[in-house]
Design a protein around this ligand. Structure first.
Ligand code: IMP
Length: 182
């Protein structure tokens, strides 16, 4: 793998803006499910940081679970093939489910997950995604709660990785690899 230096990271969304927007999204969810319980399902690993901040801002009875799917492997391009690597721990039948994604890109992962989860008969199935790259969409699918719409750039931080690195950055940053840096 190519070594990536700090200079190839450019802040796109600062931590303070993320915090503020996460609180707003949590408020929307709290309002939409007033008086009910919500079951958040995080898509590993990218959504784990967004989910853990989001769930603490939701003012409702909540539970969480995780699912892991294959997507990018080590690089930046999707193979287009999705499969479940780790399934949910418990049934979602009759629950108000919010699927929590880090980013909606081509939409292939989300389309697959919505099909798999819908078959398990949740009462409601909604999607929360921290980031959305609408210009990359190959499948017509949208999130119900979107943090930020961003341009077609590869981003890391706040849970998102490149080859398992950078998940711990507090800001969302654009990553330029040496070969594509201008
Ligand atoms: P999709 O199936 O193409 O929508 O891709 C969804 C998954 O690809 C996300 O959950 C991420 O794990 C990964 N992904 C897509 N774009 C980026 C990016 O810019 N940075 C890091 N991961 C990404």
């Amino acid at each position: 793998m190519l070594a990536v230096k700090k200079g190839n990271l450019k802040i796109l969304i600062r931590r303070a803006a993320i915090e503020k927007r996460v609180r707003e999204v949590a408020k929307e969810i709290t309002r939409d499910f007033k008086g009910e319980r919500v079951h958040l399902i995080g898509v590993l690993k990218g959504a784990c940081i967004f989910l853990s901040d989001l769930v603490r801002e939701i003012d409702l009875e909540s539970s969480i679970d995780f699912i892991a799917v294959s997507s990018y492997g080590k690089g930046k391009e999707s193979s287009g093939q999705v499969r479940v690597l780790k399934d949910l721990d418990s049934s979602i039948e009759g629950l108000n489910v919010v699927l929590v994604e880090d980013i909606l890109d081509t939409g292939l992962t989300l389309t697959y997950l919505l099909r798999v989860l819908q078959q398990r008969k949740p009462k409601v199935l909604r999607v929360a995604a921290l980031l959305d790259k609408p210009s990359r969409r190959l499948q017509q699918v949208e999130g119900d709660y979107i943090g930020f719409s961003i341009p077609n750039e590869f981003v890391v931080g706040y849970g998102l990785d490149y080859a398992e690195r950078y998940r711990n950055l507090k800001d969302v940053c654009v990553l330029k690899l040496p070969l594509e840096a201008h």
